[in-house]
Design a protein around this ligand. Structure first.
Ligand SMILES: [Zn+2]
Ligand SMILES: [Zn+2]
Length: 213
């Protein structure tokens, strides 16, 4: 414990040392400036939007004042935030910056750690269709509405196949309320999306019957 590092918290340490991969050229983040995919050692994937200052992980999306370790990691990897001097090269995760075409920078001895400022994003509203994002929607519901997700009915009862923007295919069971994706939240965006599509009649109902015309 050294008092010099009062501004260093656990999330920063985690951002520097935990095993994570930051990707900027796959699937839904390919060629999208400011968007990164952070894959954790457990296999969870989180979309980080550096322009909006957002990450889809529970830590970040449930607490607006928090800058989660994924966002911090991306900031270090792309050089937006200098790697603090105290961070021993050996302690850094081996994956550091391997997958991103940017150079991380190290802080100069007397330099402070730059703060990443995140402006508050505003939600645009238009109309009120089933895919309209409402201000009260939580982040997963927003993504369930916004993202290019394809749902198709697979088998009775309640099995659906979900194609995500990342070219991944997940199995959703609406009766069991399960999804095969790595999201640990109780209701991931795929489940939410399937629910929305069932409610709006875009896919057959769980019993396989076609929606009423
Ligand atoms: Zn995060
Ligand atoms: Zn899912």
């Amino acid at each position: 414990m050294t008092s010099n590092h009062a501004d260093v918290d656990d999330r920063t340490v985690a951002a520097l040392t935990e095993v994570m991969s930051v990707l900027d050229s796959v699937g839904r983040v390919r060629n999208v400036p400011g968007l990164y995919l952070v894959v954790s050692s457990s296999g969870s994937e989180y979309l980080v939007d550096m322009a909006e200052g957002r990450c889809e992980c529970p830590d970040d999306s449930h607490r607006p004042s928090v800058t989660c370790k994924h966002r911090r990691r991306v900031a270090f990897v792309i050089g937006e935030r200098p790697i603090p001097e105290w961070a021993n090269q050996d302690a850094l995760d081996d994956q550091f910056g391997l997958h991103v075409d940017a150079n991380s920078t190290r802080a100069v001895p007397d330099g402070g750690v730059a703060q990443v400022t995140a402006d508050n994003s505003s939600v645009t509203q238009s109309g009120n269709g089933p895919f309209t994002v409402e201000p009260g929607d939580d982040p997963r519901t927003k993504r369930a509405k916004r993202e290019a997700i394809d749902v198709s009915f697979l088998q009775k009862p309640g099995r659906y196949e979900v194609y995500s923007e990342l070219d991944s295919v997940y199995m959703v069971d609406v009766l069991e309320e399960t999804c095969s994706c790595p999201d640990e939240a109780s209701r991931c965006k795929h489940l939410r999306r399937v629910d929305i599509e069932i409610r709006t009649g875009l896919v057959p109902r769980p019993d396989g019957r076609l929606p009423d015309a």
